[in-house]
Design a protein around this ligand. Structure first.
Ligand code: AMP
Length: 214
């Protein structure tokens, strides 16, 4: 099961990836989370990536392709995986093809720009364990603290409104064309992101059952 979630920032890729990961027992791989971790740890890659992420721009292809190559070579990926936030450019999609990775299904979660901007204002993350929440749609059971590890929740620096607009424009220019890239291979389906999280999950599940029979 090799699955890609496409969609604008804040469309719900991370949330759906985590749910699919639990349902099927395959890892959800988020390049954004790997980069944020590297930034928090102050590694060389993190230091180099920071100025791009904080400006809402993409980290150079070579860097993220390197991250993905290393991650996919790990033992836990042998039965499949879910990619959340990769590929984000045609060059990255081609790199995946060149690595011999055969993607089974691409699910694009569709949410209008207007709704994305509205949703982003409620997004919260746990900087310690990477868990993500939303004040309205997916509140933490521990209020302003992470229900998984107890750390205080925060707002991602790149979720500030002006950076969100930049990320949206990068999405439309560089990432959205990947829908056609995978449609041409007969692999891409679209799911309309719903107001209620469980409704989106049900639509995603429908597509997974159609593709994998389970
Ligand atoms: P995300 O958590 O997926 O929204 O990613 C946060 C930020 O990390 C993005 O705005 C980019 O700066 C960087 N990033 C994550 N994935 C990629 C990727 N595949 N290509 C380039 N930059 C990425």
């Amino acid at each position: 099961m090799k699955i890609i979630f496409l969609g604008a920032p804040g469309a719900g890729k991370g949330t759906q990836s985590d749910i699919v990961s639990e349902t099927y027992g395959i890892p959800a791989i988020s390049t954004g989370a790997i980069i944020r971790e590297a930034i928090a740890e102050g590694t060389e890659m993190g230091l180099a990536a920071r100025r791009y992420t904080e400006a809402g721009e993409l980290v150079p292809d070579a860097v993220v392709i390197g991250i993905i190559k290393e991650r996919l070579s790990k033992e836990d990926c042998k039965n499949g995986f879910i990619l959340d936030g990769f590929p984000r450019t045609t060059v990255q999609a081609q790199a995946l093809d060149d690595m011999g990775v055969e993607i089974d299904l691409v699910i694009s979660i569709e949410v209008s720009d207007q709704d994305i901007v509205k949703r982003m204002s409620g997004r919260r993350v746990c900087a310690a364990c990477g868990a993500s929440y939303h004040t309205v749609y997916k509140p933490s059971k521990a209020g302003e603290y992470c229900e998984k590890c107890g750390n205080e929740l925060s707002i991602r620096k790149d979720d500030k409104p002006e950076i969100v607009l930049e990320r949206l424009s990068v999405y439309h220019a560089l990432t959205e064309p990947l829908k056609d890239y995978y449609k041409n291979k007969g692999k891409c389906v679209e799911v309309i992101g719903q107001e209620v999280l469980a409704d989106t999950t049900a639509l995603v599940r429908e597509q997974l059952v159609k593709a994998f029979g389970r």
